[in-house]
Design a protein around this ligand. Structure first.
Ligand SMILES: [Zn+2]
Length: 246
């Protein structure tokens, strides 16, 4: 996905995120990918939308060259900062997509395995920017653990993509009335039970032919409970309840 400022935040290609090898192996040699712990047959998911631009079927024996990827999938995503962006998923036991398929972020594309140049099942995941393999962790959020403290994560100045905070739902006001003094009493007791009066969020006004009760600003949950009570009292049906922006 792309954040409001255009930053790329890729989705994790597996449900569980344990990094067993980082962008550099523990001996310091370049990996230019991450390995994720995965038993054979673990579902693998597309990190972002895009067309599948390469699929390889392993020949079952070669572990060098491009065949070292085993059964593998590559997806071309929208450009990032004017550069082409691709992700690759390797050592799969089974591939479920074909070149040209338009996949969605989170779509099941295959199952992890141990095809190609591997000694044990895992998922090898690459992020490729303008043809150059980059540290995948820089394109993902911080929702992962490492198999050991020795596993490489980030270079100095690098870090995870910050997941944006959820926007809070807009607060609303509920205006009920005119109602009888008895119904107004019930609404006020309800507001006290919700803790609204202690926070100054309930007001009772004289509305000539009765009383008007104004509650809010309220969260969506409090609005729903208030309207349910008004329904129970028959006030919604009588057109005496208004929910408006606070
Ligand atoms: Zn790897």
């Amino acid at each position: 996905m792309r954040l409001a400022d255009g930053t790329v935040l890729l989705g994790w290609p597996l449900a569980q995120h344990t990094v067993t090898a980082g962008n550099y192996y523990n001996d310091g040699s370049a990996h230019n990918a991450i390995d994720l712990r995965a038993a054979a047959g673990t579902p693998a998911y597309a990190a972002e939308d895009g067309p599948v631009d390469w699929v390889q079927a392993w020949d079952g024996r070669t572990t060098t060259g491009v065949q070292s990827y085993g059964n593998a999938v590559r997806i071309r995503h929208a450009d990032a900062g004017g550069k082409s962006l691709q992700t690759r998923y390797a050592h799969l036991s089974q591939v479920l997509v074909r070149p040209g398929d338009a996949v969605k972020a989170g779509q099941l594309i295959g199952y992890s395995g141990q095809s190609g140049n591997v000694t044990a099942p895992h998922l090898h995941f690459e992020v490729i920017l303008d043809g150059v393999r980059r540290n995948p962790l820089v394109w993902l959020d911080d929702d992962f653990t490492t198999a050991s403290p020795a596993v490489y994560t980030y270079a100095a100045g690098e870090g995870p993509v910050a997941r944006p905070a959820q926007q809070p739902a807009a607060l609303q006001r509920v205006v009920i009335g005119p109602v009888t003094a008895g119904d107004a009493d019930i609404l006020q007791k309800f507001a006290a039970w919700l803790g609204l009066d202690a926070r100054g969020l309930v007001r009772r006004e004289d509305a000539g032919s009765g009383a008007r009760v104004v509650l809010g600003p309220l969260s969506a949950g409090d609005v729903r409970m208030t309207v349910e009570l008004a329904d129970y009292l028959g006030l919604t049906q009588a057109g005496l309840v208004k929910v408006e922006a606070a």
